[in-house]
Design a protein around this ligand. Sequence first.
Ligand code: CMC
Length: 392
Amino acid sequence: AGIFTYDPGFMSTASCHSAITYIDGEQGTLLYRGYPIEQLATKASFLEVAYLLLNGELPNEPELVSFEKLITRHTMLNENLKNFLDGFHYDAHPMAILIGVVGSLSAFYHDSLSVNDARHREISAHRLIAKLPTIAAAAFKHNVGEPIMYPRNDLRYCANFLHMMFATPCEDYKPTLIAEKAMNLLFILHADHEQNASTSTVRLAGSSGANPFACIAAGIASLWGPAHGGANEAVLDMLHEIGDVKNVQYFMEKAKDKDDPFRLMGFGHRVYKNYDPRAKIIREVCHQVLEELADTNNPLFELAMKLEEIALSDDYFVERKLYPNVDFYSGIIYQALGIPRNMFTVMFAVARTVGWVSHWLEMMSDPNNRIGRPRQIYHGPTQRDYLPISKR
Ligand code: CMC
């Protein structure tokens, strides 16, 4: 037996060294490779940020062009995957499909599963970033009963994703610039967030030498929980349940009642004890998107703003430093873009794949990488003897 430090929820345990993302929760600062999220979100493209997270530096123009080509080379799925998709019930949640299909990629790419080979690791990383939108859109099409659309490599990452979601073989779909811009921004905001639950899951799974497709599938499973990425879907469910500004106070009381499991979804964060900088950006963009879509009287947005206003002046939330997080407003934007609620967490997963893959690559090339193996404080029975069933 040994004496171990008990740290439930890893409140004070650093599990690794990392040079990817920096967060100062007190100040509300978020940097990707040193660059403030506010600058990247308004100025960069998603693939530019993906390059930055993977490689540590922003690409110059030829580097970006060749990276975009590398990604588009891998956007298609093996045709046999369609049979796999067809096995899912029509109303399967797209997150359930995503976990299964991403995990199944390990069965298709035996040519690159050697995790000790840097070239294999790189091609797997590119395949994951390239194929996630194709799989996500296919999960959506399966859900709505429409034929799966092939990727279009002449389109940018987000425009291609929107095309695969909304085009049909009978009708082309040209995403509006505002839709593409909004998705690009949301994807950048969701791309990485250091050692959150899903990224830690990817690292822990990968620490045993498991292949990257299996590790990312594990990350997607962890992301699905309502305390993590599932919150964006849960926020919209909650806003619908509240229904009207006049019911806000009732739900506030429920959220404060310790005997009631209800929590204000989209509120609170383990690290941010000041406003989540991503929420600040999203709130602003939410205004712009709704304005450009001529949807200024969006009742859900009005309700969300009212809820935020009431919570921010309530002692319970002030004392506990509970502020809106990234997911409080993201669902409202996705909904305004015509993306259904059960796809919100899928969108998060597509964007976060870049972060997961960057962390997996960083870990796999770290000479200090050892299998993750936490210990426990045992509090079960002491040693005792087996009794035959007749004597129990
Ligand atoms: N509504 C009501 N009370 C809350 C909430 C909330 N949303 N969040 C925290 N609290 C209370 C909690 O009951 C506790 O109170 P007390 O000290 O009296 O026991 C105190 O605030 C501290 O909360 P905690 O659960 O110890 O904090 P945590 O760091 O373990 O959990 C969290 C962080 C995000 C899981 C939690 O705030 C939560 O469940 N929020 C709602 C779900 C959500 O929006 N998740 C998205 C997170 S951001 C996107 C992402 O990166 O995944």
